[in-house]
Ligand binder design. Structure first.
Ligand SMILES: Nc1ncnc2c1ncn2[C@@H]1O[C@H](COP(=O)(O)OP(=O)(O)OP(=O)(O)O)[C@@H](O)[C@H]1O
Length: 988
């Protein structure tokens, strides 16, 4: 503490002055003049001799000191301080310096004031006063800064979270979990639940809008296999740009391709994954009406393994609806020219269907076409997934995960590369070597894939059918091991499994497939009965466990005891299978229920039943049988395989039945169309019954639909009624259509053979007597093109009066020498032989009024004549000039080229593709057909519907497509027809 010398106190005060109580030390080094010479007012009091001053009333004492450089402190001024008021410090007893050092003279001055007598004799200075103030200032500054930072942080945080405000407090940890073409996906938390937040930039707003609108469709979120959507919102980024986000459930395994790239899967998981995806897609494709909720059919349009998400339990969901499109409802897809591109060329190039790559998407039936595109990609998805199924590669390493076409085109295939590979070369992913084995599982699996990625879009499965296939495959799961095991058993066991290998599969197929609505045992579960006398029947209750134990109870049998639960050698007979067959009445009922309304209802039940149920009774039958199979008693008698055992043959693969509840066209059809549709439906039913679906076998049609027949004669003279005509007979595999006969300069003979009930139906149509029964089945999605004549532009101007017309008014089934029907897939193809005799008869009864006189086109009209629709998109030049010159010149080789070209142009002419190939006796017709007459007379005609017949003796070697059914050759002279059993080949 600094002290200043105390001045002497004066005891006396000058007269006349009112002495005050406060006496202060006095000094003034700045004033040289004597204090006495100055006025009292100036001094604030009366100066005394002892260097004190008695201050006037109210004044206080003050002192000003100077701190010299050497640290010495000298008083500069002391005396009375009259400016009392705001200077609170002056009330203090001590003269304490509180004010910061004055900046005057570099801060060397100290000032203080006080109220007690002589209190300004010295001063005290708190040593750290200035420091504290700095600290305080610093602290204050820091506080303000921190507060500012906090406020800014809160502000930014608030802005950041504002977008998620609608979904509650989502805290996004901004962990990047995926990046796609349109969005970036982060992981976040919402109410302690993990969510995924997909961020779209403003450039991808349309994708966001689309995805949000699809997710918001009624009923969609109730489905198990659709990604679970939580909310969507828009917000602004810090720099003011709009940004869009979709919040959905977080799927811990990410997308399917990521999962498969690091994991292999077992059979049941694989089936479950694929089944989930398929089920989700089937649901998406289905139009649903439930109370006041309506869900339109939607095409996904970007089905890829990246857009399938995997749950923790390894079930899968369909996600990423940014490119999806409503197919029905208030704004169905209805392409106008500008939209064409947008509708057709979207998706991921790798998964684009050939018709998309080839620019030949059928935009006239946009709904069906886009669904077919989805199913194509589904097939690729199956391939990718099952290639990682460990059980399908017994004893070897599971191949590395590959995307479809990755081996061929690498990681970034271009559109053009895909176009060449898939659309032009019709290449599909190769099946691994290990799948070459002809086992039930592998056969079914490969077939399912092939049916999904069929080059012919219309031949593809519907998603619903694919779903059922997956159900079947899943049911075969327990057999997978068996199959593999069985092969091993073959290798090491002396037991006579022999052909039981195949037979076992066949039995299994018989069991499973037979449950799909088959009622004709003889034709479906074909039983070989060669020398089967004394064969022990293996009843349903056969103790197959013991059988298996016995068969595999030998050293080296890898399954050992485990085999006991699997029916390796289970032999089912026809009788056994009958137990699982459907009651025809039930099937009938089912078909009746397929009215528009009922189908809608069925769809709803199917998709809203719990678990993986389907209302399809065939499926339930499968399940029931599976239960029977798996719950057989343990104490059965083993059955020893014998070659004489009845062998259950493979059932044909499941139909891609039209008008499953995928899209329900509620538009009423014309009667003719109704009839066609109904007939088609019946026909499909029949196909299921007889199990000839997709087997490409020619069977004698007992209930044949009307179909399209085009007959072209090749400018040759007639012998007799028809002579050496070359009849080109084509049957539209899709429809009940208008038979057409084209002749070139002569009267061509031809007769459609509307075998059996077909005639009756036509008669009914003509008489406007379509039965109510048919009306009620007016549910098929009839393709408008089905009414279109085939290759209309190739028809020639008639030089003769058509004779083939109105045959159905005059012919009876018996009149027709042959009636050949063939089925392929769901095309309900019917091939019909033209009977020359009948043709003559027909000619005689032909009503000129019904036939355009100047036309070579002979068209028995089944329904009202329709105006020709605009051309379908086609890359094939079908200009009439070409055709006319072609035929006029008799250039059949050119014609053959055209046929060939047509065959090779499936996507432009799919719907016109003849299902019956034509072979002319004119060898110049088409060398590619490689027809061999096999020594039969030139007038003999052979035809076969099965590709397996191609190239065999007497059978044209034609690159026959799946949908094509038969090859006709009508040579000059008599025609005979014969159906040879068992291969179904029919000869004329
Ligand atoms: N809900 C989710 N949970 C976990 N991962 C997800 C989720 N959603 C998306 N992902 C991951 O983010 C990736 C990209 O997401 P998404 O496919 O939706 O974006 P995109 O931009 O539409 O992609 P694409 O290129 O396939 O169109 C997905 O492949 C997946 O790995």
């Amino acid at each position: 503490m600094l002290s200043v010398g105390v001045c002497a106190l004066s005891s006396s005060a000058p007269a006349g002055l009112q002495l005050e109580d406060t006496e202060c030390a006095f000094s003034d080094r700045l004033q040289e003049a004597e204090p006495q010479s100055r006025s009292t007012k100036e001094l604030g009091g009366v100066v005394r001799e002892n260097d004190t001053v008695r201050c006037s009333h109210g004044s206080r004492c003050f002192g000003l000191w100077e701190k010299r450089p050497g640290g010495e402190i000298q008083p500069v001024k002391q005396g009375c301080w009259p400016h009392v008021g705001s200077q609170q410090e002056c009330h203090s007893d001590r003269c304490q310096i509180t004010a910061p050092p004055s900046q005057i003279q570099n801060g060397n001055y100290r000032f203080c004031c006080c109220s007690r007598d002589l209190c300004n004799t010295y001063f005290t200075e708190a040593p750290h006063t200035s420091l504290q103030r700095e600290e305080t200032a610093l602290i204050a500054l820091l506080t303000v800064a921190i507060a500012a930072v906090v406020i800014i942080a809160l502000f930014l945080g608030h802005r950041m979270m504002r977008g998620l405000a609608d979904v509650g407090s989502v805290s996004v940890c901004w962990q990047l979990i995926g990046r796609g073409r349109y969005g970036t996906v982060f992981r976040g938390c919402l109410h302690e639940r993990c969510v995924a937040v997909k961020l779209f930039s403003s450039a991808n707003r349309q994708n966001y809008v689309n995805e949000r609108s699809i997710y918001s469709l009624p009923l969609l979120q109730q489905h198990d296999n659709i990604a679970h959507f939580l909310s969507a919102d828009e917000r602004k980024t810090a720099d003011g740009r709009p940004e869009f986000l979709i919040v959905m459930d977080f799927y811990p395994h990410g997308c399917l391709s990521r999962y498969l790239s690091v994991h292999t899967v077992d059979w049941s998981t694989c089936c479950r994954m694929n089944h989930g995806v398929t089920r989700g897609l089937a649901f998406l494709h289905t139009e649903l009406n439930r109370g006041d909720q309506y869900k339109p059919a939607v095409a996904h349009r970007d089905v890829t393994s990246r857009n399938i998400l995997v749950r923790a339990d390894l079930s899968c969901v369909l996600a990423d609806f940014g490119l999806s499109m409503r197919l029905t409802g208030s704004r169905p897809c209805c392409p106008v020219d500008n939209d064409t591109m947008a509708i057709s060329e979207v998706g991921t190039v790798r998964y684009m269907a050939p018709e998309v790559l080839g620019g030949a998407l059928n935009l006239r039936d946009c709904e069906a076409a886009l669904k077919q595109v989805d199913v194509y990609a589904l097939g690729l998805l199956y391939w990718e997934t099952f290639r990682r199924c460990s059980e399908l590669f017994p004893g070897e390493a599971v191949p590395e995960y590959q995307l479809a076409f990755q081996a061929e085109l690498g990681n970034h295939p271009s559109f053009e590369e895909m176009q060449i590979l898939v659309a032009r070369e019709k290449f599909r992913p190769r099946f691994p070597e290990a799948w070459k084995e002809n086992s039930l599982v592998l056969r079914s699996l490969k077939e399912t894939m092939e049916d999904c990625w069929d080059q012919d879009a219309e031949a593809r499965l519907t998603a619903q059918c694919a779903e059922e296939r997956l159900c079947e495959l899943a049911l075969l799961s327990t057999h997978t091991a068996i199959q593999n095991h069985r092969n091993l058993c073959h290798a090491s066991s002396p037991l006579q499994m022999g052909s039981a290998s195949t037979d076992t599969e066949d039995v299994q197929v018989g069991v499973v497939k037979n449950l799909q609505g088959v009622s004709h045992s003889a034709s479906v579960a074909k039983t070989t009965t060669s020398g089967a006398t004394g064969v022990r029947r293996n009843r349903n209750s056969v103790n197959y466990k013991q059988q298996q134990a016995q068969h595999c109870n030998y050293p080296g049998c890898p399954l050992g005891g485990a085999v006991a639960i699997v029916p390796i050698c289970l032999q089912l007979t026809e009788e056994d299978l009958e137990a699982t067959k459907l009651d025809p009445k039930e099937v009938d009922k089912n078909l009746r229920e397929c009215s528009d309304e009922n189908l809608m209802e069925i769809s709803q039940k199917q998709f809203f039943s719990t678990g993986q149920q389907t209302t399809n009774m065939l499926y339930h039958q499968i399940l029931r049988t599976a239960e029977v199979l798996l719950l057989l008693p343990h104490d059965s008698t083993p059955m020893v395989y014998s070659p004489q055992f009845p062998t259950i043959h493979l059932l044909p693969k499941q139909q891609n039945l039209p008008q499953r509840p995928t899209s329900l066209h509620l538009l009423s059809k014309t009667k003719g169309t109704t009839s066609s549709s109904c007939q088609r439906l019946k026909s499909n039913y029949q196909e299921v019954e007889t199990g000839v679906a997709k087997m490409n076998t020619v069977t004698v049609a007992t209930d044949v639909e009307p179909h399209l027949v085009t007959t072209v004669t090749n400018n040759t003279s007639m012998r007799g009624s028809v002579g050496n005509q070359v009849h080109v007979i084509m049957s539209n595999g899709y429809n009940v259509s208008v038979p057409t006969l084209v002749t070139n300069g002569i009267i061509g003979g031809g007769q459609i053979n509307p075998a059996g009930p077909q005639l009756k139906e036509e008669e009914k149509i003509d008489r406007g007597m379509i039965e109510r029964e048919d009306d009620c089945m007016n549910l098929l999605n009839s393709n408008p093109d089905e009414q279109e004549p085939l290759l209309r532009r190739e028809q020639l101007p008639a030089k003769s009066t058509p004779i083939l017309h109105q045959y159905h008014h005059h012919s009876k089934p018996g009149d027709i020498p042959t009636g050949q029907g063939s089925n392929s897939n769901n095309n309900n193809n019917r091939t019909t032989l033209v009977s020359e005799a009948s043709a003559s008869e027909s000619a005689a009864v032909l009503s000129p009024a019904l036939v355009p006189q100047n036309s070579g086109l002979l068209r028995p009209q089944i329904g009202p004549v329709k105006a020709k629709r605009p051309e379908r998109p086609s890359s094939l030049d079908l200009s009439s000039a070409y055709d006319v010159s072609l035929i006029e010149n008799g250039s059949l080789s050119t014609s053959g080229e055209k046929i060939k070209q047509r065959v090779k142009t499936p996507y432009t002419l799919k719907k016109w593709r003849p299902t019956s190939w034509v072979v002319s006796t004119d060898t110049a017709l088409d060398v590619d057909l490689d027809f061999q007459n096999s020594g039969s007379s030139s007038s003999q005609t052979h035809f076969s519907s099965g590709p397996h017949r191609a190239g065999s003796i007497g059978i044209p070697n034609i690159n026959q497509s799946k949908s094509s059914m038969a090859v006709f050759l009508v040579g000059g002279g008599a025609t005979a027809t014969k159906t040879s059993q068992p291969d179904g080949m029919t000869s004329f």
